[in-house]
Design a protein around this ligand. Sequence first.
Ligand SMILES: Nc1ncnc2c1ncn2[C@@H]1O[C@H](COP(=O)(O)OS(=O)(=O)O)[C@@H](OP(=O)(O)O)[C@H]1O
Ligand SMILES: Nc1ncnc2c1ncn2[C@@H]1O[C@H](COP(=O)(O)OP(=O)(O)O)[C@@H](O)[C@H]1O
Length: 213
Amino acid sequence: MSTLGNSTNIFWHECPVGKLERQKLLNQQGCVVWITGLSGSGKSTLACSLGRELHSRRKLSYVLDGDNLRHGLNKNLGFTAEDRTENIRRVGEVAKLFADAGIICIASLISPYRKDRDGCRALLPDANFIEVFMNIPLEVCEERDSKGLYKLARAGKIKGFTGIDDPYEPPLNCEIEIRQKDGVCPTPGEMTGQVVSYLEEKGFLQVEGSIPH
Ligand SMILES: Nc1ncnc2c1ncn2[C@@H]1O[C@H](COP(=O)(O)OS(=O)(=O)O)[C@@H](OP(=O)(O)O)[C@H]1O
Ligand SMILES: Nc1ncnc2c1ncn2[C@@H]1O[C@H](COP(=O)(O)OP(=O)(O)O)[C@@H](O)[C@H]1O
């Protein structure tokens, strides 16, 4: 018997098929690619492009996109500091389940607070949490303004917009940084290549003793 959070009298039930067996079936290692950055920095673009590239390599991935999850799982949350923290906590827990399933989980959320991202990292073995920082200047994100939200925030019609009147805390020690070179943003293909190379180098795209199909 154990006590956890607000739940009492709960038990952990071990299932017979474990993570390693699932990974062998998939010939890959479950992990979380956590993409953080300002609105408009290219998180969703990278997440989708990465998912497509992994799929073409017969690797199973799944995208957890902040905007999309707020249509369902997180529809009761807004953008106060408390709600953002709860948003990230929930997605971190879901991402952990996907990684345990052997899937390469791609989470793309602003996730503005360092301690919240670190909390998600702490749910997994450290190497299995790959933090990708979209280090794209605010001016570039604002210039893109694909949803028109920066314009509304500047006009005071959205309060507490990240980067305008709400904080963003950049990672101190991320695994991957996407940044401009000579004032030019990498293309979606280049960003994707950077992440795939990392996954390949660290051995996430294969597993010893995989079961042939
Ligand atoms: N106040 C405020 N601040 C920032 N973003 C806002 C806000 N209001 C709405 N939006 C839209 O919500 C998307 C961000 O959702 P997230 O779940 O990723 O945010 S967070 O991680 O909880 O901070 C974000 O999507 P992206 O542009 O894809 O980042 C916006 O479209
Ligand atoms: N590497 C890139 N180079 C040029 N434009 C990009 C790049 N990545 C994203 N964009 C464009 O910027 C806008 C915002 O991208 P998006 O992926 O929606 O950002 P986020 O999910 O961080 O809000 C979109 O119009 C997208 O096409």
